[in-house]
Design a binder for this molecule. Structure first.
Ligand code: SF4
Length: 408
């Protein structure tokens, strides 16, 4: 869940820890919600509802015409089942755990104004009888793989949890889990309490810089959600430098430029940029620049979206460009009138019948009965093949090879 109104929040900590001035730089840009954020918020409410129901609390199922889908239901089932397993295991370890759902945690002793909302905070015992605090975070998205290993967001939740409960319970070990069902990712990182507290101390100076808006701007994958990104000079310089390094022969270009001191268009024409690959680029060399390409592409996309929004939403004129309407499909303006008119004129075959979905069957029959009756007819077709970085947790598959690009 986003840490609403936290200047130094846990969910944006990766950003301010790597680029301390970014939170102040963002302040002048509106914090606009996206459909992904709204879907994530609904998924958290549904997950919360399922866990509270297990805890036998009186709760009402949240509703949403847009986001209450089969997929979100499945995602929150996986999350709730994981949480319930953790609680049940602690009970088997001989304790009645403290269970907090959507717990607001305060870590302002580490980062000024710092607080956040931990999806789950559970305190009990581990298999060896040691005092254990388990933080669990649901990630409903599939855009970016989130690893629990030394994850700053979960670590800050845990520090807030220790601040609140560390004096009451003899917590020795901290476990932090990310549940990201859309990427088949459930990963847990464990450390001893002292390690976490040392890390907390180590980031205090960075948090102070971030609060004051000081320090160096530093681009990286944490820029993804920074609202200052479209106009961030450090990002622009990095993307343009990457493009230059990857595509230009800088030694040849320097030699060419040193033969002319002119910095004019005419000079540019006499000393055009020298490309590394004037003809075709071998696949092996394209592969080498792949990581840089995604950084450059992400920056271009951000800048393009920002300028488009300025033109489309705020009417800012962009020389050489214009705003046009996209293509649309025809729609009926009054479906009741359509049905009535068609029927009156003898057209009666107006509706299609559709089989209910797999999840709807499961809800109707219950999981056990569904598996008994229809389990044998369920299969999971293979997904569309996608190229991802090696760090992605999904197992690699053997791709087909219809076409291979081997340039001379
Ligand atoms: S976009 Fe700029 S200001 Fe924002 S995190 Fe990246 S480098 Fe820092």
């Amino acid at each position: 869940m986003p840490d609403v109104h936290a200047f130094l929040g846990a969910s944006n900590s990766k950003q301010w820890l790597h680029c301390p001035p970014s939170r102040r730089l963002e302040e002048e840009f509106p914090n606009e919600s996206s459909i992904y954020a709204e879907e994530g918020t609904f998924a958290h409410s549904l997950g919360e509802y399922k866990i509270r129901r297990y805890l036998q609390e009186t709760v009402t199922r949240p509703e949403s015409d847009t986001y209450d889908t089969e997929e979100i239901d499945e995602i929150t089932d996986i999350y709730a089942e994981f949480v319930i397993t953790v609680i049940e295991r602690m009970k088997r370890n001989g304790c009645e755990p403290l269970v907090r759902v959507e717990e607001r945690v305060d870590f302002s002793h580490i980062a000024p104004t710092g607080f956040g909302t931990a999806d789950m905070l559970i305190v009990g015992r581990d298999e060896d009888g040691r005092g254990l605090m388990h933080i669990i975070d649901l990630k409903a998205g599939a855009g970016v793989f989130v690893d629990s290993d030394h994850n700053s967001q979960l670590s800050l939740y845990a520090l807030g949890g220790l601040h609140e409960y560390g004096a009451i319970f003899p917590i020795e070990v901290v476990r932090m889990t990310i549940v990201q069902p859309r990427l088949d990712n459930i990963s847990t990182f464990e450390c001893v309490r002292e390690e976490l507290e040392e890390w907390g101390e180590s980031i205090k100076p960075i948090a102070k810089l971030a609060y004051e808006g000081k320090g160096e701007q530093c681009p990286g994958d944490w820029c993804r959600f920074c609202r200052a990104k479209p106009v961030c000079r450090a990002c622009a310089e990095e993307a343009l430098a990457l493009a230059r390094e990857e595509f230009m022969d800088l030694d040849a270009e320097e030699a060419s430029l040193s033969s002319s001191s002119e910095n004019t268009m005419e000079g540019y024409e006499r000393n055009p940029p020298v490309f590394k690959h004037p003809g075709l680029i071998p696949l092996s060399e394209l592969i080498e620049i792949l990581p840089s390409l995604s950084r450059i592409a992400s920056w271009i996309e951000t800048v393009y979206s920002f300028i488009s929004a300025e033109a489309v939403s705020h009417g800012v004129p962009i020389p050489g460009y214009k705003v046009v309407e996209g293509r649309t499909k025809r729609i009926f303006t009054d479906t009741d009138a359509v049905v009535e008119t068609a029927m009156q004129n003898g057209y009666t075959n107006l509706y299609k019948q559709q089989l209910i979905t797999l999840t709807e069957f499961e809800k109707m029959m219950g999981k056990k009965r569904f598996n008994e009756l229809l389990g044998g007819y369920v299969a999971k077709p293979p997904g569309k093949l996608t190229l991802v970085p090696e760090s992605d947790p999904r197992p690699a598959v053997e791709p087909g090879s219809d076409f291979e690009y081997i340039p001379e």
